[in-house]
Design a protein around this ligand. Structure first.
Ligand code: NI
Length: 171
């Protein structure tokens, strides 16, 4: 089922998510819905809080294809090693109509559980490394715009206010 993606400045996006303690049908359904929602958007990653569920689950597919084998479902993901520097343009399904360069690590090692409860390890670089860092940030209530310099952040907020005014929404 495709879920509604919450967008900035929805306060639900700022909340920290809690670890999944048992991988049951509800968690499997959540992961399935998240993947469906991500492909529909379309996007390369989605974290559970973006659909208002504060559990540590992320889905990622940076392949640009639509094949099940490329889908990563990571439960309780943790970055156990990070190195190098990246400075690439990012966007987010929760921050429509905005993109900016963000400083990240170039390579990360991520451990997480899969849907069978088995521990998986990913050694990621390039876009996948950035996607892991971006999605894991969501689980801690952090958006990519939170990494911007104060000046860029001010410009971002001004742009968001302008977009909100154009929609006739009070903010
Ligand atoms: Ni995002």
């Amino acid at each position: 089922m495709i879920r509604t993606i919450l967008t900035y400045p929805n306060p639900e996006l700022k909340k920290k998510s809690t670890a999944v303690t048992i991988i049951n049908d509800a968690v499997r359904e959540l992961a399935r819905d998240m993947a469906e929602t991500m492909y529909d958007a379309p996007g390369v990653g989605l974290a559970a809080p973006q659909i208002g569920v504060h559990q540590r689950v992320i889905v990622i597919d940076v392949s640009g294809r639509d094949e099940p084998g490329d889908l990563i479902i990571a439960i309780n993901p943790v970055i156990v090693h990070a190195e190098g520097e990246a400075y690439e343009e990012e966007g987010c399904l929760s921050v429509p109509k905005y993109a900016a360069n963000v400083r990240r690590h170039a390579r990360v090692v991520v451990k997480a559980l899969d849907l069978e409860g088995n521990e998986q390890t990913w050694r990621a670089e390039d876009l996948l490394a950035i996607a892991f860092q971006h999605e894991i940030d969501h689980l801690d209530g952090i958006l990519f715009v939170d990494h911007l310099s104060p000046l860029k952040r001010e410009l971002f907020q001004r742009k968001m206010r302008r977009l909100a005014e154009n929609r006739g929404v009070e903010q």
